[in-house]
Design a protein around this ligand. Structure first.
Ligand code: SME
Length: 151
């Protein structure tokens, strides 16, 4: 069983969209609701692609100094450059990892796509080692896919 229940979250996002909630609030809601699932969701960052840069548009949890990340840099930039989600069980094993704090042990990046286009990503930091099972990742992907339609 996954910790995150994407069905409630996606329903809430669709409801907010139907009430004309703007992009900023939708992204904040997604970040806050994912993080409120609790461990392993320590911090959640919504980075959106602006040209060749990922820009932090919403987050819940710890603050980060990485508010803009060039495509190709770090785990986040690698996801965009490769077009592949990144599940990093141990961040200490990644050479180009961009550290935000001393406590993060693992990271999951799921791309937000609209068709072939990459709009941005959901980036999750966890203080737990290797917590993102295929089921857990699938729940996050459902949220990302909903955002790809609603944004
Ligand atoms: N660790 C990321 C940077 C973003 S922070 O986790 C919020 C990376 O290596 O790209």
């Amino acid at each position: 069983m996954a910790v995150l229940d994407s069905s409630k979250l996606v329903a809430a996002l669709r409801g907010a969209f139907a009430r004309n909630t703007g992009r900023e609030a939708l992204l904040s809601q997604a970040a806050e609701r994912i993080q409120s699932a609790g461990p392993p969701y320590t911090s959640v960052y919504l980075y959106m692609l602006h040209g060749n840069e990922l820009v932090l548009e919403a987050f819940a949890g710890r603050e980060t100094e990485h508010t803009r990340i060039p495509v190709g840099v770090g785990v986040c930039g690698t996801a965009v450059a490769s077009g592949m989600d990144q599940n990093v069980p141990d961040v200490r094993s990644v050479e180009n990892y961009l550290a935000c704090n001393a406590w993060t042990r693992s990271e999951l990046v799921v791309l937000i796509r609209r068709g072939d286009l990459i709009l941005g990503q959901i980036d999750i930091d966890s203080d737990l080692p290797d917590p993102f099972t295929p089921d857990e990742e699938a729940e996050v992907k459902r949220v990302a896919d909903a955002l790809g339609i609603l944004l």
